[in-house]
Design a protein around this ligand. Structure first.
Ligand code: ADP
Ligand code: ASP
Ligand code: MG
Length: 412
């Protein structure tokens, strides 16, 4: 008997028929003699609908109330799934985050899980019950409802698996596993049979939304094996697990894109010590994470231009903060651009190869794609481009690094 946590994403519970399909899969696992905890997302499109509703009410919604609103999507799914499972003659019980004490900090909209009280779940499991948990949500120390950021149900799944020392966390989604790039825009993308936690962390942080980054952080820290697979077939998926030696042989292992960032530019900033701190301190104080930052000399001597990117979900708030800061420091112009995308190549083998960046820039140049910003680390290179070229760029990079060819370790 194994203890299995199964997480089903929005598409997998997108309508009543699909919820029945999930119930059948859950019951099959239970029937095979295992203990099962199921974590579910909101029905496809529901979280977006709720976010739009809030936007209709006010441009910058109160963050606490926004979490009260968006957490309701998952409440609907857990109730429906538990009802169907019960109607099939199995014992099941649904829980919201606060009911099983998924404790988080108070960072509304991107809260971090600090602990989970696994007692209740364990006693239900011991009674033979299937436990159905709402993904994406928790509660802070003052009992405020919090949510974990987009894709947060993955993190709920892995965190529960870690708390229960489950044998595996199965992430059921609408693709067969983790691919070398998003299979929905890159037809030549190849499914990986396994990927290391570190590579998956990079892929997730650079836009591969198949797993939320924090779920991979949890999995790595607590050594939870993740099996990403489809809820629509029984194909073997991708195992996300500890690093294996042969994985280091590939220079580039994946291509990702992220259309969820926006660029803000301050023009004509006085080029004196302390200015960057005056721009970025209030942004950090608002709990907003800045990604790429570039400072260049202005045409006018003694001045600089500063450009940076932030998540689109924080864009309106950041712009307000930056406009205030610009007035205070005497920067005359603030420009904003939401039509950007960041394309990245990732690979642990990159650190020992010198020409990867040049190859990436040439592949983009050949398609006539202009690069606005560049950032590099030991194992990734990212370029900001116009968002209309995203698909073209991803396919060109996938071709340039021949990612459709199997890794050495996968050929056997
Ligand atoms: P769910 O609703 O099940 O959580 P998501 O939409 O969050 O599903 O994540 C699955 C999607 O991730 C896929 O439909 C695919 O378009 C996208 N994706 C992006 N990059 C990758 C990748 N490298 N491998 C697999 N899927 C990817
Ligand atoms: N429903 C949330 C979202 O759409 C959480 C999730 O699906 O993982 O982001
Ligand atoms: Mg998801």
């Amino acid at each position: 008997m194994a203890l299995i946590v199964q997480k089903y994403g929005g598409t997998s519970v997108g309508n009543v028929e699909r919820i029945r399909n999930v119930a059948r899969r859950v019951v099959r696992t239970k029937g095979a003699g295992h203990q099962v905890v199921v974590v579910v997302s909101a029905m496809a499109g529901e979280t977006d609908r709720l976010l739009h509703l809030a936007q209709e009410v006010t441009r910058i919604p109160d963050e606490r109330e926004l979490d009260v609103l968006v957490s309701t999507g998952e409440q609907v799914s857990v109730a429906l799934l538990a009802m169907v499972i019960k109607s099939m003659g199995y014992d099941a019980k649904s829980y919201l985050g606060f009911q099983i004490k998924i404790a988080t900090d108070s960072a509304f909209g991107k809260a971090r899980i600090s602990s989970i009280d696994s007692e209740k779940i364990r006693s239900d499991l011991d009674r033979g019950r299937i436990v159905v948990v709402a993904g994406f949500q928790g509660a802070d120390a003052s009992d405020n409802i919090t949510t974990l950021g987009r894709g947060g149900s993955d993190t709920t799944g892995v965190a529960i698996a870690a708390a229960l020392h489950a044998d595996v966390c199965e992430i059921y989604t609408d693709v067969d596993g983790v691919y070398t790039s998003d299979p929905n825009i890159c037809p030549k993308a190849r499914k990986l049979s396994r990927i290391s936690y570190d590579e998956m962390l990079e892929m997730a942080s650079l836009g591969a939304k198949v797993l939320q980054i924090r779920s991979v952080e949890f999995a790595k820290r607590y050594d939870v094996p993740i099996h990403v697979r489809s809820s629509f077939n029984d194909h073997a998926g991708t195992w996300v697990c500890g690093e294996e030696k042969e994985m280091e042989q590939v220079v580039v292992s994946g291509v990702t894109y992220n259309k969820n960032e926006a660029k803000i530019e301050l023009m004509g900033v006085p080029d004196v010590p302390g200015i960057a701190a005056r721009i970025f301190k209030p942004i950090a104080d608002a709990n907003i994470v800045v990604d790429m930052i570039i400072q260049t000399s202005s045409a006018e001597k003694g001045f600089a231009d500063v450009a940076f990117t932030v998540p689109k979900s924080d864009f309106a708030r950041t712009l307000q903060i930056v406009q205030d800061a610009a007035k205070k420091i005497g920067a005359p112009e603030v420009h904003a651009n939401e039509d950007i995308a960041k394309v990245s190549i990732i690979g642990v083998g990159m650190r020992s190869h010198s020409n990867v960046a040049a190859q990436m820039f040439s592949a983009l140049a050949q398609e006539g794609i202009n690069i606005h910003m560049i950032s590099t680390s030991e194992i990734k290179i990212s370029c900001v481009i116009d968002s209309k070229y995203t698909e073209l760029a991803v396919r060109a990079l996938h071709d340039a690094f021949e990612l459709d060819k199997p890794r050495v370790a996968e050929e056997s």
